[in-house]
Design a protein around this ligand. Structure first.
Ligand SMILES: [Zn+2]
Length: 77
């Protein structure tokens, strides 16, 4: 059985986030992008999703860090 499911990870090829997933999904199963039909192992797709999440989170962390540094320098003057 194959089902269509929207997941929070973007296709590494086209950025689409709906995939065909087998029932009883395992990390070693292949999932297929609904848009470009790119096939990727679930374990690799999860890895790609983790990288995407880091890219989203990192710029925000950098802004917070800059605010903290600016406040530190204010205190020194
Ligand atoms: Zn795709």
């Amino acid at each position: 059985m194959i089902k269509n499911e929207r997941i929070d990870i973007q296709c590494p090829q086209c950025g689409h986030n709906e995939f065909k997933l087998p029932e009883n999904l395992k990390d070693s199963d292949f999932v297929k992008c609904n848009n470009c039909h790119f096939e990727i192992m679930l374990a690799d797709l999860k890895e790609a999703g983790f990288e995407q999440a880091k890219e989203v989170v990192m710029p925000e962390m950098k802004i917070e860090a800059e605010k903290v540094f600016k406040n530190l320098f204010k205190g020194l003057k």
